[in-house]
Structure formats: structure tokens, C-alpha cells
Design a protein around this ligand. Structure first.
Ligand SMILES: C[S@@+](CC[C@H](N)C(=O)[O-])C[C@H]1O[C@@H](n2cnc3c(N)ncnc32)[C@H](O)[C@@H]1O
Length: 217
């Protein structure tokens, strides 16, 4: 599901919702990027974090942001050109990636998984596992269970938005482990509403991990 109609206002909306520069910087801290690394920003939207990551890896590294939304990618390319950023952008969807196996050190999925139906979450995470090198890391920022009573009420109401319900039920780490990532660790929280996880692609290949067969009963 793309949210193309929001693209022209997306950055302003993020700032209004408290998802501005400080939020992007916290993701950067958890990612702990090194000069020369190859990075994928999956479902990059307007590419705000993609541009920060490109600065962090420097000219010896490479950062690619992709998104299935042509308007999102159009804005991302325009903003990168305006800032003289080295970030590159492509039209693509996480469940079918146009990248080689084991070709990235780190991937980010920020605020993307809760937009995807369960089967696309599963196939998308397997695709990310395919393109990460062994020992590579995946950072996920998304909705989760919450300790705040007020937020729990809001989340309960929002859980009627089909693709988000499993995130509110705390199932994202389960999908990550099913896709072969281990360990999966919580690295931080953002304003009691979002969790930042780090999921590692084991040194022994993730490609052999099969999705569990569906129960027939
Ligand atoms: C809430 S925005 C998040 C954008 C950006 N990652 C951020 O942190 O601001 C969700 C993004 O996921 C993208 N998206 C939707 N379906 C997708 C898919 N199948 N694969 C990759 N991205 C997808 C949407 O087009 C949208 O840009």
C-alpha cells in the first residue's frame, strides 16, 4: 500500500508528529554506520534518512533508497539534487528487490512494515535477508505494544486498520525471527509509541530458512 497522496506534505506531517530530525538522528545512532558501508533504505518515502545515511557513509560508501511510490521517489530525487547528496533512489517494492544477493551491509525499514499485509511482511523480510551480507544488520522502526494506557487506547482503535494490527500485538519480532534474523534486539523507543529493533543476518546463510508450512487444521 503506497501513501502517494500524502507525498507533497509528508515531511511537514512528520515534523508535526514529532518525527523530525531528532527522530532520524536516533535511527542513525542505532544504525552505527561506518564510512564505506553499502546501505539500503527500504520504503524510503521522501528520503530524509537516506540523505543523512549517505553523509554518514561518505563518498566511499553507497546508499540506495527505494519506494514503490513514484511521487515519493520524485521528491526524494529532487531533495537529494538540491542538497548535493550522494544518495540514489529507485522505484521498487520490498517483496521483489532488484538487487544482488549479499550486497548490502545494512538495511532500514522505518515506518513501513505496518503498511504491509502479513504475507508481504514475510516475503519482504526474506528479500531483505537475501540482499544483506552474512553478518549484515536490519534496523526496524515501527509500531509496537505500548506501556502507556492512553497510547494503548489509541493503538487499540488504530488496530482496526488491518495491516497494523499485528504490529500493535507485538508480532514484528516474530516475523523477523521467522525470516531467519537472529538475534533480534530492542535498541530504543521513540516517545512511547515506536520501537527501534536491530535484527542480525546470521553468518551462516539466511537463504536456507523456509517459511513454516501453513497449518491445515
Ligand atoms: C510512513 S511511510 C515511511 C517513509 C520513510 N521510511 C520514513 O521513515 O519516513 C511508508 C512508506 O512505505 C512505502 N511502501 C508501501 N508499500 C511498500 C512496499 N511494498 N515496499 C516498500 N515500501 C513500501 C510507502 O510508499 C511509503 O513511502
Amino acid at each position: 500500500m503506497t501513501i502517494e497522496w500524502i507525498a507533497p506534505f509528508y515531511d511537514r506531517l512528520c515534523t508535526l508528529l514529532g518525527l523530525g530530525r531528532a527522530f532520524r538522528r536516533q535511527i542513525l545512532e542505532v544504525a552505527a554506520l561506518k564510512a564505506g558501508e553499502r546501505v539500503l533504505d527500504a520504503g524510503c518515502g521522501t528520503g530524509v534518512w537516506t540523505r543523512l545515511a549517505a553523509e554518514a557513509v561518505g563518498s566511499s560508501g553507497q546508499v540506495i533508497g527505494f519506494d514503490p511510490g513514484p511521487r515519493m521517489i520524485g521528491i526524494a530525487r529532487r531533495n537529494a539534487a538540491r542538497d548535493g547528496s550522494g544518495a540514489a533512489f529507485e522505484l521498487a517494492a520490498v517483496e521483489k528487490l532488484p538487487f544482488e544477493d549479499a550486497s548490502f551491509d545494512l538495511a532500514l525499514l522505518s515506518l513501513v512494515l505496518h503498511h504491509l499485509p502479513a504475507e508481504v511482511k514475510r516475503s519482504g523480510l526474506k528479500e531483505i535477508g537475501r540482499v544483506l551480507r552474512p553478518g549484515g544488520r536490519l534496523i526496524i522502526v515501527d509500531l509496537d505494544r505500548s506501556d502507556s494506557v492512553l497510547w494503548r487506547i489509541v493503538l487499540w482503535l488504530l488496530s482496526y486498520v488491518g495491516t497494523s494490527a499485528d504490529a500493535f500485538e507485538g508480532k514484528l519480532p516474530i516475523y523477523l525471527r521467522e525470516a531467519g534474523f537472529e538475534p533480534v534486539t530492542v535498541e530504543g523507543r521513540w516517545r512511547k509509541s515506536l520501537t527501534l529493533w536491530r535484527a542480525m543476518k546470521p553468518l551462516s546463510s539466511i537463504a536456507s530458512v523456509e517459511t513454516p508450512a501453513k497449518s491445515t487444521d
